[in-house]
Design a protein around this ligand. Sequence first.
Ligand code: PBG
Length: 331
Amino acid sequence: MPFPQTRLRRLRSHATIRRLVQETHVQLADCMLPLFIRHGTRSFDVSTMPGHKQLCLADLPQEIEHLIQIGIHSVLLFGIPETKDALGLDSYAPDGSIQRAIKIIKKICPNMYVITDVCFCEYTHHGHCGFVDETTEAKAVDNDRTLELLKKQAVSHAQAGADMVAPSGHIDGMVHAIRSALDAHHYQHIPILSYSVKYASAFYGPFRAATEGAPQFGNRKTYQMNPANSGEAIREAELDILEGADIIMVKPAGVYLDVIYRLKQNFPQIPVAAYQVSGEFSMIKAAAEKGWLDEKKVALESLLAIKRAGADFIITYFAREVAHWLQDNTD
Ligand code: PBG
């Protein structure tokens, strides 16, 4: 029945009925917080990402206790090592920055769910996400050699006590390689959250300042996806599922809602995560600082949109704020 019998405004007339018929919700339990872990004895503010720090190990216990207190129970760790080299040695050293961080977190809070980013851009001196033969003119990331290094890194994170690993380098076969390495080392129970659909995006800008991992030459277009493509996203996700990914992810999130939607429609049986990346976060922060946008409203709306598109959960730099905002959620 069309208008005038049908009037959709009827169910919008009162806050209570609006809440009752609300289709999508954002909860703190949907949010995972990324943390940057830094070598050395001092923490530093990340100038491009207000409220975020490069945390040194000494400051980590206090931060973890605070997060548990405000209701954040999962963190995604990125490491910033003291030395970078051709092989990313720190990333699989038993006393590497991430390995030590995991042990510290698990000691003070065994219940904090720790996911580790598994990639090489923060650990190689050239800033690419894998092994590069720098004697060749192409200086391309060597896919299959990188797989061998990824195995070492993932196993090393599991040995240190990580609950889940999240390979983000967009290397062909990475999920299969990591799954077999984990299984061979008796880590069958450790899930893989794969950055299955990761675009070569300019929205990672603020993150590269945070992790000091910008590529020193070239760009990431030979391994990350072309922002123009979404059919290819289905193929990437399909392959990752076949290789054993437990969760597939789309990154960035806000400007790729169509991709999140397509993935969820195509693979309704697999959890889909979305990464609201540094650029998405910092744009809102900057506009709010200028007084041009209402930070709380815009951030919550952006998270809601990501969930509405089909994400089961969101990796977001707003997780701390969400903890604060959702205590007081009227209107
Ligand atoms: C590393 C990695 C990146 C991000 C997550 N893991 C950077 C990149 O690929 O350049 C970006 C996260 C963000 O922007 O918040 N492979």
